[in-house]
Ligand binder design. Structure first.
Ligand code: IMP
Ligand code: MG
Length: 344
């Protein structure tokens, strides 16, 4: 019997933790038939280093770099102008996108009016101004426009039922599996339900959001949670405490938004945010990025139960985190500490 499985990449903090890097690594393993973007819109910015070149993608999933069928799912909202710009940039960068990039026909569309409204009204919570919130509002208000209504998108449209199960049905007897890598956007702290409302995005950023794209719960295999050893946030609430060290972290970590170029506010990692995100997402593997940044600023700290805990050094902080993660069922060989430019 062929199998349909979905591995998930999910951000455990406020976005920008390095999902692109994990996606790139998993795609390289070469066993996926599809990569799915399951939430969000052109508000996301994924920085990917591919064959020595830097690419920033907003909507098209990482699978495209590896010739894997890359699907923008119906959990997303799509800005067609941005989508075509991105296709052009990828092609110019030598990435073959032909017959590799698809959009679910029931994906809702970000229009010019949505973008205008978001630039005017989004200032309140500090959105990316990409029209994300207004597009989701119209989806749920049942006044939206869908991908199937946009003639220019016709060559890219798929019905995700046919995409997942059509291939599966065809694979019967051939022992060919359908293996999907689901790539999230934003993160747990920005999730519409689990984030710090109203300072949130308008979509479901957790593993639950993957299932909204026509996939059954029992298909979910590995869930890769991605975090940093400190936190960053972009938006209008005050997030960064006073202290020079936080500006240093932002400088060393090059913490500027990939979409808007805004400087990210920084803070120590919050252990409880991480624990909640691990449980709610069902994380089976975790990557903790940017250890080198704390090494450069020579301070090792995190918040635990609303108290700041300081460590003598890297070894002590890693041991503390590892012990906590062990309690949540993550074993040594599913925990990866990683550096900014390092591959996993
Ligand atoms: P929106 O998603 O553009 O509506 O913005 C809502 C909030 O999510 C704002 O605080 C944004 O800065 C934040 N946000 C949206 N997308 C990203 C992302 O890809 N990385 C980090 N923050 C994001
Ligand atoms: Mg980002």
């Amino acid at each position: 019997m062929p199998k349909l499985t979905v591995d998930v990449i999910v951000d455990l903090q406020y976005g920008d933790c390095g999902k692109g890097k994990v996606a790139h690594h998993l795609c390289e393993s070469g066993t996926y038939t599809h990569v799915l973007r399951y939430n969000g819109g052109a508000n996301a910015g994924h920085t990917i280093f591919h064959r020595g070149k830097k690419f920033i993608t907003h909507q098209i999933p990482a699978g495209v770099f590896f010739g894997i069928r890359s699907v923008v799912g119906n959990g997303c909202v799509l800005d067609p102008i941005q989508f075509f710009n991105e296709l052009k940039t990828l092609k110019e960068g030598g990435v073959d996108t032909k017959d590799k990039v698809f959009v679910a026909e029931n994906t809702h569309i970000i229009t010019e009016a949505h973008r205008d409204e978001d630039r005017r009204e989004g200032v309140r919570i500090g959105t990316t101004g990409r029209g994300n919130g207004p597009a989701y509002r119209e989806k749920y208000g049942r006044t939206g426009v869908r991908a199937a209504d946009v003639p220019e998108l016709k060559p890219y449209l798929v019905n995700v039922y046919d995409e997942w199960y059509g291939l599966f049905d065809k694979a019967q007897g051939k022992r060919k599996n359908v293996r999907i890598l689901a790539e999230g956007a934003q993160g747990f702290g920005l999730d519409i339900d689990w984030g710090d409302y109203p300072y949130v995005t308008s979509s479901h950023c957790t593993t639950a959001g993957v299932l909204l794209n026509g996939l059954p719960p029992q298909a979910v295999g590995s869930v890769w949670g991605v975090a940093k050893v400190y936190e960053t946030y972009v938006g209008s609430k005050k997030f960064q405490p006073d202290g020079d060290v936080f500006n240093k972290i932002a400088d060393v970590g090059e913490e500027f938004g990939a979409t808007t170029g805004r400087r990210r506010q920084t803070n120590w990692m919050n252990m409880q945010t991480l624990e909640r995100a691990i449980r709610i997402n069902g994380v089976t593997h975790i990557v903790l990025n940017k250890v080198d940044v704390l090494r450069a600023v020579k301070q090792w700290a995190l918040y635990d139960k609303e108290r700041k805990v300081e460590f003598k050094g890297e070894k002590e902080m890693k041991a503390f985190i590892t012990e906590r993660l062990n309690k949540l069922g993550l074993s040594e060989h599913t925990i990866f500490f990683s550096e900014s430019r390092e591959r996993i």
